[in-house]
Design a protein around this ligand. Structure first.
Ligand SMILES: Cc1ncc(COP(=O)(O)O)c(C=O)c1O
Length: 355
């Protein structure tokens, strides 16, 4: 066995959902499980959190239907809504809670009103992110049209923050003001993890945490540990060979690292073929037998090389890429990316185990 493992922790997910619930107060909490539960496995996350949250959010229909077929009974919010008439029919049949972000989706609902007790439909408003959402000038007429469609139950108005994670956030106040002005007395929803953690005025009727549930900090400059979030996945591998290199020797493709002194190098059974980021630079933290050390040389498809100098480690020793000793946020920072991407780009190759 190669020993490359992704340990997934349902207890950590539950702990983090309770942290989110506590911060949310009386607002409903929908856990975002899109992109296969941020790479953790949407089914595993939904099972773990079903008793902790009020609903789940996914991006696209296939993700919602997979959870529906699994027997998940909590509401499933379809964040990008239906893409065509067939998807609308499937969404209605599965009683999904759907978002509409464009006038063409409202027109489709008018032409094909859902039969049955009332499909919950949220209107997504563009409050400044300029990605998905209807323009504010059109919102009143689109809401009136939605509210007139038989078989539609207008669920409220929602929007998404562009900068809620940033310490210097110059946008959220304006975005929130615009959302509340449009929503009026209707239910509204705005908060992602960052806003849930630091912006209580934005909680509204329903909060939509994602990344914090997966044990990563949503806030610039604050660690997950400070926010009392638990680790939900630990990526590990094993040392499969050890080399001694002399001053002047280089390591790996492109010879991107050259020893300035005698160095013991561990070759580790993980690479970008497993989803470890290829652009991780020299110095990216890893832990060998629980002791922090660093990546040296370029990441290969199946292997990486790490500094074992001064460490009690040999072939077979365990190497943590992220988890308990090295946080995923540290690795993301070293790689110039975010934990979301590291989670989502793991391949099926590491063996999944439940911790
Ligand atoms: C519409 C919407 N709401 C909520 C979230 C959750 O965001 P986060 O994972 O930062 O909490 C996302 C994620 O991108 C989203 O697209």
């Amino acid at each position: 066995m190669r020993g490359t493992r992704l340990e997934l922790r349902p207890d950590g997910l539950r702990h983090n959902a309770r942290v989110a619930r506590h911060k949310a107060g009386t607002s409903r909490v929908y856990a975002m499980v899109k992109a296969d539960g941020y790479g953790h496995g949407a089914a595993l996350v939904a099972r773990a959190l079903e008793a902790e949250v009020d609903g789940f959010g996914v991006a696209v229909l296939e993700e919602a239907l997979a959870l529906h077929q699994l027997g998940v009974e909590r509401p499933l919010m379809l964040l990008e809504g239906f893409m065509n008439r067939d998807e609308l029919a499937l969404a209605a049949k599965a009683k999904l809670e759907t978002v509409v972000h464009s006038d063409w989706q409202v027109a489709l609902l008018e032409r094909h009103p859902p039969s049955g007790p009332g499909l919950p439909v949220w209107l997504k408003l563009n409050t400044g992110m300029n990605r998905l959402g209807v323009p504010r000038e059109q919102a009143a007429s689109l809401l009136a049209r939605l509210e007139a469609i038989p078989g539609v139950h207008p669920a409220g108005v929602m929007s998404h923050f562009a900068c809620a994670d940033q310490a210097e956030d110059g946008m959220s106040d304006t975005q929130l003001e615009r959302l509340r002005e449009t929503a009026g007395e209707r239910p509204w929803s705005a908060a992602n993890s960052a806003a849930l953690c630091r912006y209580p005025q934005s909680h509204g009727d329903l909060v939509r945490p994602g990344i914090m549930l997966y044990g990563s900090s949503p806030l610039e400059g604050r660690s997950a540990a400070e926010l009392e979030l638990a680790v939900t996945q630990r990526l590990s591998a094993r040392i499969i060979a050890v080399n001694q290199v002399a001053p002047g020797d280089s390591v790996g493709y492109g010879a991107t690292w050259t020893a300035s002194e005698a160095t013991r190098i561990g070759v580790v059974s993980i690479g970008y073929g497993d989803g470890y980021p290829r652009h991780a630079p020299n110095g990216t933290p890893v832990a060998v037998n629980g002791v922090r050390t660093r990546l040296l040389g370029r990441v290969s498809m199946d292997m990486i090389t790490v500094d074992l100098t001064g460490l009690d480690a040999d072939v077979g020793s365990e190497v943590e890429l992220w988890g308990d000793t090295v946080s995923v946020d540290e690795v993301a920072q070293a790689c110039g990316t975010i934990s979301y991407e590291l989670f989502c780009q793991l391949t099926t190759r590491p063996e999944r185990v439940i911790g």
